[in-house]
Design a protein around this ligand. Structure first.
Ligand SMILES: Cc1cc2nc3c(=O)[nH]c(=O)nc-3n(C[C@H](O)[C@H](O)[C@H](O)COP(=O)(O)OP(=O)(O)OC[C@H]3O[C@@H](n4cnc5c(N)ncnc54)[C@H](O)[C@@H]3O)c2cc1C
Length: 382
């Protein structure tokens, strides 16, 4: 049987049987702390909007996931749910802070859901482009910037890059000490990603999974933890933890009537060239026997192919750098304002800055605010 996380925390708690009260007391309590808590966690270097809740939830968040899940929950279902969420961090689940990543994703699942964009994720880019164009902005695509010297003069430049490319593009302008610190930045594991066109829905053994947007295929917490520990040690798990998304469940426009699309990835060591297609499909078959019979077409991309499409995915790392505790706020280096480089007007706004990866855009928001503040201050001085 699958454990389901519903938008409603109470419904989720009820479905977790002996762990109902524990879910209410942990994830449920953090959900009740509301958006000020989420805002505080997503802006870790700003004055906290919810200092008391941050202090209450901050301490357990520092714990390794396996430790927190074993002490807070008794059922394999609740433990597996939190482990699956924490595994998005691509860390060994015995590492500090993995509880924080798991709790954060669980809270967001209740507070805002894990949405997919109607029409595909391109719709998000299109919406942002139209907003920028409305404000007189111009966008140039299909051009790889190899040096800052290629860019027109500007008072502020925000680089949506990871440290390795920042050094490649702007290295000659950066002070040697800062450049050295950027080169010490650690990247995380990579991913092996697959996309499928399906003639029908995935034949899940547990039919309730058919309604889920995101599906974690990993069995128990112990199994998920083993898979992530393997990857952290540079090995390829035999039964990888697979993160799958069924966008057509929420957005039927993704596929012709009756048909579906599915995508999934598993974690692999950074830069791996091992084909994980078989292992991923075997893991899906385990929970959905007959899956291969509904596959019309498949497409696979390992770390090298992903990096060719987007050079920010260094070695297939979709997190813009390891999420290890030392790089949570020290992204890309420890500074009061990590979004600013020591070069006037030059900023980094990518997932390699706090609060790290995902499509929340908070690194960009913080970098933009900083650039504007400094611009305004400079203008006031003139
Ligand atoms: C398969 C996959 C699934 C994911 N799933 C999720 C998910 O479900 N939820 C979630 O929150 N996050 C997810 N992520 C992670 C999320 O996409 C990233 O954390 C986020 O996009 C990072 O944003 P960014 O602005 O740092 O960089 P990016 O989004 O990588 O943007 C950087 C851009 O800069 C361009 N670029 C790089 N170098 C140059 C250059 N030299 N010149 C010009 N352009 C350049 C790149 O082509 C790219 O368009 C996923 C990522 C992948 C790959």
């Amino acid at each position: 049987p699958a454990a389901l996380v519903h938008r409603d925390p109470e419904r989720t708690a009820e479905s977790l049987g002996r762990d109902s009260a524990a879910w209410r007391a942990t994830v449920g309590a953090a959900v009740r702390a509301g958006f000020p808590l989420v805002d505080t966690l997503l802006a870790p270097l700003s004055p906290p909007k919810a200092p008391f809740s941050a202090a209450r939830f901050g301490a357990p968040a520092l714990l390794p996931l396996t430790w927190l899940a074993r002490s807070a929950f008794r059922t394999p279902e609740a433990r597996a749910v939190l482990a699956g969420m924490a595994a998005h961090s691509m860390l060994d689940l015995r590492a500090p802070l993995t509880s924080g990543y798991g709790m954060m994703l669980a809270v967001l699942a209740h507070q805002v859901g894990w949405p997919v964009a109607r029409g595909g994720s391109q719709a998000l880019a299109d919406a942002m482009v139209s907003r920028l164009v409305e404000h007189g902005g111009e966008i140039v695509t299909g051009h790889t910037v190899r040096s800052l010297n290629e860019l027109p003069p500007a008072r502020s430049i925000l680089l949506d890059l990871t440290p390795r490319q920042v050094v490649a593009v702007a290295g000659d302008r950066l002070p040697a000490a800062y450049r050295r610190r950027l080169t010490r930045f650690r990247y995380g594991p990579g991913v092996f990603k697959m996309d499928w066109a399906l003639s029908g829905p995935v034949p899940w053994r547990d039919p309730s999974v058919a309604s889920a947007g995101t599906v974690h295929l990993g069995g128990t917490m112990e199994e998920i933890a083993r898979s992530e520990a393997d990857v952290a040690r540079g090995r390829h798990p035999e039964r990888p933890f697979v993160l799958a998304v069924q966008p057509s469940v929420a957005d039927p426009s993704r596929a012709p009537a009756g048909a579906h699309v599915l995508w999934a990835y598993c974690h692999v060591p950074n830069g791996s060239d091992v084909d994980m297609s078989e292992a991923i499909e075997a893991q899906i078959e385990r929970f959905a026997p007959g899956f291969r019979d509904v596959v019309l077409a498949r497409h696979a991309m390992g770390p090298a192919a992903l990096e060719r499409r987007n050079p920010n995915l260094v070695g297939g790392d979709i997190g813009g750098g390891s999420a290890q505790a030392g790089q949570f706020v020290g992204r890309p280096v420890y500074r009061a304002h990590p979004w600013a480089t020591p070069v006037d007007g030059l900023y980094i706004c990518s997932a390699s800055t706090p609060p790290g990866p995902s499509v929340h855009g908070m690194g960009g928001l913080q970098a933009a605010r900083l650039a504007l503040r400094r611009e305004e201050r400079a203008a006031a001085r003139v």
